[in-house]
Design a protein around this ligand. Structure first.
Ligand code: SF4
Length: 345
């Protein structure tokens, strides 16, 4: 398989790789005298010091006196992201549905058009896997006079992930909500993405702090919507219903559902076997039931795993795979849903 990994040199003035002290307090974080408890609403939130979760917390007086109101960083985030046309969340109800793999393949599929510039923001802070899949795991972030520079995978595909800040790829990130929230804000506020056609925001499974943070910060700068990834089994579909409910409550437009691992591609004859039976109708039936678009079925090709392990583009290495054909259709459907009109239409 040909290697697709190239690194683009930034023209900005560069300084040595960024070293982040992961134990340092975040900007705007009140000086707490004890760790945040499990159900902390966030020392920077409007509920800080006043919510029922704060009762008995040693930090209550500090949090209650912290200034409330709109986050002063939101205008900066809006300004920073103003050169990104479409911001798309990639969600899944549960882990194990291949969401991050799907995100990298979708990014490669978008970037296969040289007229598109694409970015991936990896917000899975506790389990970042996107850099490995893109073959840039060993890269570090550089800061310049313009901000943090994302890592360029190809000439038109860049990525930012917490993985780049870890001293070792085996280091665990054990953070509670407020600190994750702070890092996501920093990603949005300080990363100099430059002009992008699409920013794909890869999120952890479920509906957690990362989702709330991303939605809060992106809402004003214009979030195009969310692509929800599932597998055909009812166990996965059950959680997707919750994810769609979360989107409805948070005011996030659901661009559609993608059924991933929808069959197994034989690498020899390209025949697709339905190994995971959709006993309750699969993603298409769920989309109909929830009144959201169905974006397509992407089969599992065993060569996808190999490409991810080597950090190479499956999309470029095996363009004839039924999985790539399916991804191209998903890209077209997503473009329709975000209102992109190609020339001649
Ligand atoms: S917001 Fe402050 S007072 Fe409330 S639980 Fe969190 S740390 Fe404690």
């Amino acid at each position: 398989m040909p290697s697709t990994t190239t690194t683009t040199t930034t023209t900005a003035i560069e300084e040595p790789p960024l070293q982040i002290d992961l134990s340092a307090p975040l900007k705007n974080h009140p000086p707490l005298i004890a760790p945040e408890p499990e159900h902390c609403p966030g020392p920077e939130s409007n509920l800080a010091g006043a919510g029922s979760a704060c009762a008995g917390c040693p930090n209550q007086a500090i949090c209650a006196s912290t200034p409330k109101g709109p986050d002063p960083d939101i205008p900066l985030i809006n300004q920073r992201l103003s050169s990104i046309t479409h911001k798309i969340l990639i969600l899944s109800g549960k882990g194990g549905v291949g969401k991050s793999t799907f995100t990298t393949m979708l990014a490669h599929a978008f970037a296969s058009s040289s007229t598109h510039t694409v970015g991936i923001m990896d917000t899975d802070i506790c389990g970042p896997s996107i850099p490995k899949m893109l073959g840039v795991e060993q890269e570090t972030i550089h800061i310049s006079n313009q901000g943090w520079s994302p890592v360029w995978v190809t000439d038109n595909l860049s990525v930012m992930s917490v993985q780049f800040m870890l001293p070792s790829r085996d280091d665990a990130v054990i953070w509670r909500g407020p600190k994750k929230n702070g890092l996501i804000k920093q990603f949005l506020k300080d990363v100099e993405w430059g002009p992008l056609d699409y920013l794909l925001v890869d999120t952890p499974p479920g509906t957690s702090d990362e989702h709330l943070s991303v939605n809060t910060y992106l809402r004003e700068s214009g979030l195009s919507g969310a692509v929800v990834v599932t597998t055909p089994q009812e166990m996965s579909l059950l959680d997707v219903r919750k994810e769609i409910d979360f989107c409805n409550k948070a005011g996030i437009k659901v661009l559609g559902i993608v059924e991933n691992m929808s069959g197994y591609v034989c690498p020899g004859c390209r025949h697709v076997n339905r190994v995971f039976k959709a006993t309750t109708g699969g993603g298409s039936e769920l989309a109909r039931e929830c009144g959201v678009p169905f974006l397509g079925k992407v089969p599992l090709d065993p060569r996808i795993g190999m490409a991810c392990d080597y950090g190479e583009s499956f999309f470029e290495g095996f363009p004839d795979s039924p999985a790539c054909e399916a991804l191209r259709k998903v890209v077209e459907r997503v473009k329709e849903e975000v209102g992109v009109k190609e020339e001649g239409e």
